[in-house]
Ligand binder design. Structure first.
Ligand SMILES: [Fe+2]
Length: 269
């Protein structure tokens, strides 16, 4: 910093600085104790930067907790109810999920087998009959999502790894809490087929933005209900929340570890 005519910078003219890093077309800022900033904790969002993928992206300011958005993204049964015009088909919630935990991640996998393709997939993949569809969610603490979604003609082996008769997209989401009840919500949605078709890119941008905007509407309505409910009202979990519960545990552990480390560091400083 330079002050004309003097070497000394007045202390009241300084501002706090934060570690930042640029990666995958995002700027990452660490707003906690700089001693804990670690670029290795930036999630792998290479789909947003890789020339063999085309991504559409967007941002929402959400009047709702980032935790409600985590709940939303870890339980995609909601596509049947919230995204009727884009991602929903009737029986999604009837197909069970498999949940597994891996270090700082939670995986929630669902296969919807032998069902019609949802409108957005029909639009981009021209599916005529039944499809086998996957929703393979990877949550990485504290608030990152890489969701492998797509479908293939039913019975062509997608479940065994042969996706040659199908389409794959990565729906990736990042939640930055602003306050306990407001969130900066960044997303990008990438595909690796029909890359040179800007018109398709535009239609996908519109469809994804519509769908995620519907999630924002639901989360804001939930937050509004919670704000007005009695504070002792319990949250009731159902089977589909198995992944949500794992993520909450991970997140709570991370917060308490970081607070404890911060307290230890403060004592030793
Ligand atoms: Fe959604």
């Amino acid at each position: 910093m330079l002050v004309p005519g003097q070497a000394r910078v007045p202390p009241s003219a300084t501002v706090r600085t934060y570690p930042v890093a640029e990666q995958w077309r995002y700027v990452w800022i660490w707003m906690g104790d700089p001693a804990f900033a670690d670029v290795a904790s930036i999630p792998d969002y290479h789909w947003n930067h890789d020339p063999s993928w085309v991504a559409v992206d967007g941002y929402f300011y959400v009047r709702g907790s980032y935790r409600l958005l985590i709940d939303n993204l870890l339980d995609l049964s909601h596509v049947a109810y919230v995204h009727a015009t884009t991602l929903g088909t009737d029986r999604v919630a009837d197909f069970p999920v498999k949940v597994r935990r891996e270090d700082n991640k939670v995986h929630v996998d669902r296969w919807i087998v032998g069902e019609p393709a949802p409108p957005m997939f029909k639009l981009v993949g021209n599916f005529q009959g039944a499809v086998d569809r996957w929703q393979l969610i990877q949550y990485q603490e504290p608030s990152h999502f890489m969701i492998d979604v797509g479908c293939a003609d039913a019975g062509t082996g997608a479940g065994e790894g042969n996706r040659s008769r199908g389409i794959t997209m990565y729906s990736n989401h990042t939640l930055t809490p602003e306050t306990a009840t407001s969130t900066h919500y960044f997303w990008h949605h990438a595909r690796n087929f029909r890359l040179g078709e800007p018109e398709l890119t535009e239609r996908l941008a519109k469809a994804t933005s519509t769908a995620f905007g519907e999630d924002v509407g639901i989360v804001e309505a939930q937050q509004d209900r919670i704000n007005r409910a009695r504070p002792d009202k319990p949250i009731i979990d159902i089977n589909a929340d198995a992944g949500v519960l794992q993520a909450r545990r991970l997140l709570d552990r991370l917060i308490s570890e970081e607070s404890a480390a911060g307290r230890r560091k403060a004592r030793s400083d």
